[in-house]
Design a protein around this ligand. Structure first.
Ligand code: TXA
Ligand code: MG
Length: 319
């Protein structure tokens, strides 16, 4: 059930959370499927509804640093510096957990992932429920993350969804672990360059390490509505040949790259990195006009590095 996120609807969703019922809500990144992080039964319902493997831990959403007390054992100086710069915002910090956080939330890990969302509805909901809210992206496991309330309703008919319009970023939060050195476990809406301005020693975890430390990175993700073939930027000629060979194939590329493929009207992903990130998951979910989606890769800089990570994980094949 879609409800415009009025104060009354937020109160109703908060009451549902307190009763142990999952609800979906907007954040600045993507929609989340929330449950009280202190209620293991409610959290189990989230795993069951998503069909999520139980080895994949959830992010706990709080309204600010005071609510973190009791959930994490310590806040190292590097974490504090990142929190001061980027919260509320699309940054998730992995910190040592206390016993107050049930093991089902963290999939048995000794750490908990936490963030303060930068969205008035998300903050009002957590505030009204007065509990930390464990929330994965509100999609069935393996599907692209939902950037609109209608995407959530399509995956979960009957679920209470607070409709806050299209998500501002359209890409999930960046997940950072605070070891030595600090590591990006999942690329996301805050770029590596922005993080390095605060923590120059920050590294991006190798794929192997990210899979070992962040179980979500092991699982199939972002399956689009049609098979997707990703062409590297050095393979424009191969992409032109593939298009010539298959009139039913649909081309997706950045606006600036469209002239490389004359004679074919592409789905334009956007002119700026923010625009491209914003529309990506919607395109993956809803683009059914071709028999196959042929995507021309984007330059791996700033926000587009995270977009490329999602495209690689959505791809059936990379050429
Ligand atoms: O923007 C977002 O992060 C959205 C909104 C709703 O906040 N949430 C989201 O959650 O994308 P989810 O569950 O789809 O992805 C959470 C990621 C997974 O890759 C998971 O493995 C990782 O965070 N994660 C969670 N807890 C962790 C932990 N303790 N250690 C390492 N990685 C963790
Ligand atoms: Mg997800």
């Amino acid at each position: 059930m879609l409800l415009p996120a009025s104060p009354a609807a937020i109160r109703r969703a908060a009451a549902a959370l307190r009763r142990g019922e999952p609800v979906a809500f907007p954040t600045e990144t993507v929609y989340g499927l929330g449950a009280s992080a202190l209620d293991p039964e409610a959290v189990r319902k989230v795993f069951a509804a998503k069909g999520r493997p139980d080895d994949n831990p959830l992010i706990v959403h709080v309204t600010g640093l005071p609510m973190l007390r009791g959930l994490v054992r310590s806040l190292p100086p590097a974490a504090r510096a990142l929190a001061e710069r980027f919260w509320p915002g699309p940054l998730t910090l992995v910190l040592p957990k206390t016993r107050a956080v049930p093991g089902v939330v963290t999939a048995g890990l000794p750490t908990v992932a936490v963030r303060v969302p930068d969205h008035p509805v998300a903050l009002a909901l957590i505030e009204a429920a007065a509990v930390p809210v464990a929330a994965p992206s509100a999609n069935r496991s393996g599907r692209p993350s939902p950037t609109r309330a209608a995407h959530v309703a399509a995956d979960f008919p009957g679920l209470l969804v607070l409709d806050g319009g299209a998500a501002r970023h359209g890409l999930e939060s960046t997940v950072v672990s605070l070891g030595d050195p600090p590591r990006v476990l999942r690329l996301g809406a805050i770029s590596v360059e922005e993080l390095r301005a605060v923590l120059p020693g920050l590294v991006v975890a190798t794929k192997t390490r990210a899979r070992a430390e962040s179980p979500g990175m092991r699982h199939r993700h972002y399956a689009p509505a049609r098979p997707l073939v990703l062409f590297r930027r050095s393979r424009a000629a191969a992409l032109r040949e593939a298009l010539a060979a298959d009139p039913k194939a649909l081309l997706l590329c950045a606006d600036a790259d469209a002239p490389l493929f004359p004679g074919r009207r592409p789905v334009r992903l956007g002119a700026t990195p923010a625009e491209i990130a914003h529309g990506l998951f919607d395109a993956l979910r809803t683009e059914r006009r071709g028999s196959v989606l042929l995507v021309y890769a984007l330059p791996r800089r700033g926000l587009l590095r995270a977009v490329m990570d999602r495209l690689e994980r959505a791809a059936t094949r990379v050429v």
